[in-house]
Design a protein around this ligand. Structure first.
Ligand SMILES: [Zn+2]
Length: 183
């Protein structure tokens, strides 16, 4: 991904490159971080995962990306990568947080196509509860306090109410993510 970012910025310097910062692209079980050995539910070990995500974000920054998209939704993710980026000399690089991210059937075909459906368990232990809209507001307040510059709602199509709530409750740009395979 970093090599692709370098190539894109060389070919079209004015194009904005947003790096998806997560680990599920690289783990063989396709969960978003380190798991406890033998944990078949898919609970991610927060602290060691944050350390690795921090290094990932700095590496992407060095590759020249314009925006870091914090797509893993571990507790403290935004703060961890903000700290890493600041320490690495990338104080000005903005963070787009996937503050409101829900498990949804849309991801089924997407995951199959990307070969990224979890091998066991699912991501519900770290994605949000669709029936609890107020949780989204709690998450975005935390993320803004941790240094998020923009917020993402995903998937957008079935969460218009959340987009509205997030916009009402914040004063940063709000992005809507529509998975490509959405009918
Ligand atoms: Zn992930």
């Amino acid at each position: 991904m970093q090599k692709a970012a370098i190539a894109v910025k060389e070919a079209v310097p004015e194009l904005i490159v947003i790096a998806d910062t997560c680990l599920c692209e690289y783990t063989n079980h396709v969960h978003c971080g380190y798991l406890d050995v033998g944990d078949l539910i898919g609970r991610v070990l927060n602290q060691p995962t944050l350390e690795l995500l921090k290094k990932t974000a700095v590496s992407q920054a060095k590759a020249g990306v314009d925006i870091i998209a914090a797509s893993g939704i571990m507790d403290g993710f935004v703060q961890a990568i903000r700290t890493g980026l600041d320490e690495g000399g990338f104080e000005d690089l903005p963070i787009l947080s996937y503050a409101a991210k829900y498990a949804f059937a849309y991801y089924g075909p997407f995951g199959d196509a990307a070969d990224s459906a979890p091998q066991f368990g699912d991501r519900r232990t770290y994605q949000m509860d669709p029936g609890n809209a107020r949780e989204a507001i709690k998450e975005i307040e935390l993320d803004i306090a941790e240094g998020a510059d923009m917020l993402m709602v995903k998937p957008a199509l079935s969460y218009m109410d959340i987009i509205w709530r997030v916009k009402e409750a914040s004063n940063v740009p709000v992005a809507a993510y529509i998975p490509v395979n959405t009918p």
